[in-house]
Write a protein that binds this ligand. Structure first.
Ligand SMILES: [Zn+2]
Length: 318
């Protein structure tokens, strides 16, 4: 290969055929060494720049309005968040220290998922470097999730007539309890969750389809279970949009999950979910969701692998 060709190939390799939604404010909120590694957002952003993303590939999140949030949350809960009137037990179930900035952060990531979904509808795919807060219910927050960005985004797009049917594919290691509670009975949404059974949340409200796995199940059982339903669900439900919660926490070195998936297994998961969707020209919005590896670099690597798979699949089926 000539040096010029070589250079050209590196240049080509670096291009991303979709936008990222991201804000520096995602990681500036001080979480006081909380297990939720907000620094992953900055680390992924910086790595993407090194991988060839340009500054203009990153769009700022829209800040969700209270009106948007009320599409999926109760006025009582939203008022408590706005005025800082959560009870002690509500803060305990949130597992985050409450502050007015925390509510601002939540409005931003909800808006980020909305912006990302709108982008995906335009060009087929978008990646929100954030989002996936699936444990927030209509009337309370849980497990690091203040507001449910998935539910608000789906309701807003539906209300504005931008989508008729949405499929939520939640592969975070934790069951999508809040999303199931808010969305699973709506006929225009199909909620799928594949998760580990013997960890939080203890109570698992029914998704449209739940697949439960157990400690140590690993790549083969996980991918076999997933392949039973994908791409079948794409054909049967025929959605206008897929909201993909690509949690990094099924990874073998995660502190909160123990499904023991390898990095390669997690990439195969992405190839199946994103690839089969793009092959059918169904838009996909990718959300990062959870990830708590002992070494945050592992969490970052798993998320970046998903983004690399997205790039390959978006180019392949362009
Ligand atoms: Zn999780």
């Amino acid at each position: 290969m000539t040096p010029l060709k070589n250079l050209l190939q590196i240049f080509q390799k670096g291009k991303f055929p979709f936008k990222f939604i991201y804000s520096d404010k995602y990681w500036m909120h001080n979480m006081n060494n909380h297990i939720f590694p907000v620094e992953k957002y900055r680390m992924i952003y910086e790595k993407l720049l090194m991988m060839g993303a340009r500054k203009e590939d990153f769009l700022p999140p829209y800040t969700a309005s209270v009106e948007d949030v009320l599409l999926a949350h109760t006025p009582k809960y939203v008022k408590k968040l706005r005025t800082g009137k959560l009870s002690h037990s509500e803060v305990m179930s949130l597992e985050l220290p409450y502050s007015p900035e925390l509510f601002e952060f939540a409005l931003m990531y909800v808006g980020g998922t909305i912006t990302a979904a709108e982008q995906a509808l335009k060009v087929g795919l978008a990646v929100h470097l954030g989002g996936g807060f699936h444990h927030a219910f209509a009337d309370h927050g849980e497990g690091f999730c203040i507001l449910n960005d998935v539910a608000v985004a789906v309701e807003k797009l539906k209300k504005e007539g931008k989508v008729a049917k949405v499929l939520v594919v939640d592969v975070d290691v934790h069951q999508g309890n809040g999303t199931a509670s808010i969305l699973s009975k709506k006929d225009y949404v199909f909620t799928f969750s594949i998760h580990q059974m013997d960890i939080y949340p203890a109570e698992k409200p029914r998704s449209s389809l739940d697949v439960g796995l157990w400690t140590g199940d690993g790549d083969e059982k996980y991918l076999t279970a997933l392949k039973k339903h994908f791409p079948r669900l794409y054909e049967e439900f025929n959605p206008d949009l897929i909201v993909y919660l690509a949690g990094a926490d099924p990874f073998e070195k995660d502190q909160l999950g123990s499904l023991k998936l390898t990095k390669e297994g997690l990439m195969e998961r992405g190839r199946l979910i994103i690839g089969e969707a793009r092959r059918r020209d169904i838009p996909v919005v990718v959300l990062l969701a959870g990830g708590y590896a002992h070494d945050v670099q592992d969490t970052v690597a798993v998320h970046l692998n998903t983004i690399k798979v997205a790039r390959r699949m978006q180019k392949k089926y362009a």
